[in-house]
Design a protein around this ligand. Structure first.
Ligand SMILES: Cc1cc2nc3c(=O)[nH]c(=O)nc-3n(C[C@H](O)[C@H](O)[C@H](O)COP(=O)(O)OP(=O)(O)OC[C@H]3O[C@@H](n4cnc5c(N)ncnc54)[C@H](O)[C@@H]3O)c2cc1C
Ligand SMILES: NC(=O)c1ccc[n+]([C@@H]2O[C@H](COP(=O)([O-])OP(=O)(O)OC[C@H]3O[C@@H](n4cnc5c(N)ncnc54)[C@H](O)[C@@H]3O)[C@@H](O)[C@H]2O)c1
Length: 458
């Protein structure tokens, strides 16, 4: 016995729910299967809880700096982790609940709880129940990578999910991995009052960024009292007192870091190993589903969206995958993955807003480029806010005069970078920005000045 649908969506992450509703509104009978929490990583263990906690950490930091602003706080500033977590839990639960109401309230949608596994290219099994459909969409996302590092089975180690359940503040949090997850959690817990050491295998933080960006972030976080161990090439763990000792085998410094807690933040792996994909869907060597530019897999009528296809590891890329698939299937609009520009932010304080090429990539491209750079200390609004760390950098094609990329590390950098991103989508010339009249006093108001002083990239 099986139940037939027009479409099956596996995973209620950042693409699945929107696609489900869109297909149902087009008249299809759609089954959406989720094995854990509606909203997937972003809502439950990713963006939403972390940015809610980053907001608490920012409040703590501003309270600690209050005297610099002439604000007097009577007693010592403290952080109540239980209340930080309760605030985070409310934001997460509200979001999950509103998603549930939306899906339950949409005619044509059947929401199923359970783990989905393929039986054949058109049949999926959930807890013994078999579903069939002509069209199947994978939105299964990913989870923290926890490799079998020496000693890891002898200790208790946190991931981005379990750290969100802590009820006491770590005395000394050792973070393994100096990229998005490690830096966001590292700065947050430092501001809550933990001692924090970040261990990174590479020679610098956020290695995808330009060296000046990596260095500036290291300097900013070091000034907040975070310790770093770079070049930690040979990692191992062992129990130590009530905590963990992490052997780092660096070329210099102490060979071991002992902490009360360890957070592993060394990347993600796709949830494709337990889907029964031997039904024929091709994976790459890291387990990501292979897709074409319109997100079709190697099996006709199976699509893969979001992090599991290896074409983006962000909420906005997963959501754009939904837009691409819906446009192709329902609107006869051939949208493609390669239509989008890479963009993301690192939500440290100050944040890093990024779009398009780095300076290094522009140099490697061999094209004729222009570069502009300005320190945040020159930006009036940053001075007024007392947040002058960082700099802005733009890269422009010298021939077309269109933007190739930008790195905005500084106050509101995550927002300011959209001024450049919008112009990239408009295929507009840098001169459009140079001639614009921005609002004073904002950080964005310095973009025309920055872009009016471009130099050849050597
Ligand atoms: C700590 C952290 C912070 C982040 N911060 C940001 C940020 O600020 N901005 C940003 O853009 N991105 C951020 N990300 C990345 C972002 O969360 C992910 O890229 C995004 O959630 C991926 O969405 P997705 O739809 O591909 O998958 P997911 O959101 O992971 O959803 C997949 C869903 O599929 C379900 N599932 C898996 N297998 C099955 C199965 N066999 N049967 C049924 N259900 C299944 C899972 O339970 C899950 O609910 C962050 C990630 C982390 C870990
Ligand atoms: N702000 C955001 O948008 C945001 C925030 C958090 C996470 N994310 C998403 O989550 C994904 C995963 O983030 P991440 O930070 O876990 O992974 P990552 O792949 O970005 O970085 C992993 C880091 O760990 C280091 N590393 C790997 N093995 C190591 C080892 N044995 N010892 C020490 N260091 C080691 C790597 O050199 C690298 O710097 C990102 O790709 C991103 O898409 C996004």
């Amino acid at each position: 016995m099986s139940t037939s649908y027009d479409a099956i969506v596996i995973g209620a992450g950042q693409a699945g729910p929107s696609l489900t509703v869109r297909l149902a509104k087009a008249g299809m009978r759609v089954a959406l299967i989720e094995r854990k929490y509606l909203g997937g990583t972003c809502v439950n263990t990713g963006c939403k809880p972390t940015k809610t906690m980053v907001a608490s950490a920012y409040a703590a930091r501003m309270a600690q700096r209050a005297a610099e602003y002439g604000v007097v706080i009577g007693s010592q500033v403290g952080v109540d982790l239980a209340r930080v977590m309760a605030r985070k839990d409310k934001v997460v639960l509200d979001s999950r609940q509103s998603l549930r109401s939306w899906l339950r309230g949409t005619a044509g949608v059947t929401l199923m709880e359970g783990h989905a596994r393929f039986r054949s290219a058109s049949e999926v099994e959930v807890d013994g129940e078999v579903l069939t459909a002509d069209k199947i969409f994978l939105n299964v996302g990913g989870r923290a990578l926890v490799p079998d590092l020496p000693g890891i089975r002898d200790i208790s180690c946190l991931t981005n999910s379990s750290i969100l359940e802590l009820d006491t503040l770590p005395e000394h949090l050792v973070v393994v991995g100096g990229s998005y997850i490690g830096l966001e959690f590292g700065q947050m817990f430092r501001r809550f009052g933990s001692r924090v050491t970040i261990i990174e295998k590479g020679s610098r933080l956020v290695h995808r960024e330009d060296e000046d960006v990596s260095q500036a972030i290291l300097d900013i976080l070091s000034r907040e009292g975070i310790g770093f161990r770079l070049n930690a090439e040979c990692l191992s763990f062992k129990p130590h007192g009530r905590g963990v000792a992490v052997a780092v085998d660096c070329k210099q410094g102490e060979p071991e870091v002992a902490g009360s807690h360890v957070l592993l933040a060394i990347g993600r792996r796709p949830n494709t190993d337990d889907l029964g994909l031997d039904a024929g869907v091709a994976l790459d060597e890291s387990g990501f589903v292979q897709v074409d530019d319109q997100l079709r897999t190697s099996v006709p009528n199976i699509w893969a969206l979001g992090e599991c296809n290896g074409r983006g590891a962000f909420t906005h890329t997963a959501y754009n995958d939904y837009e691409i698939v819906a446009a192709n299937i329902l609107d006869n609009d051939p949208r493609r993955v390669t239509d989008r520009f890479p963009c993301y932010a690192l939500f440290t304080d100050p944040p890093l807003g990024r779009v398009g090429m780095t300076e290094t990539e522009a140099r490697e491209s061999g094209g004729r480029c222009l570069i502009g750079r300005m320190e945040m200390a020159r930006v009036g609004r940053a001075v007024e806010r007392g947040e002058t760390d960082g700099f802005m950098k733009v890269i422009v094609d010298a021939d077309s005069r269109q933007f190739l990329g930008a790195s905005i590390l500084g106050a509101s950098g995550d927002e300011v970078v959209h001024g450049i991103l919008d112009l990239m989508y408009a295929r507009a010339s840098v001169d459009t920005l140079v001639r614009s009249v921005p609002i004073h006093p904002t950080v964005s108001e310095l973009l025309p000045t920055l872009c009016g002083n471009l130099q050849p990239l050597k």
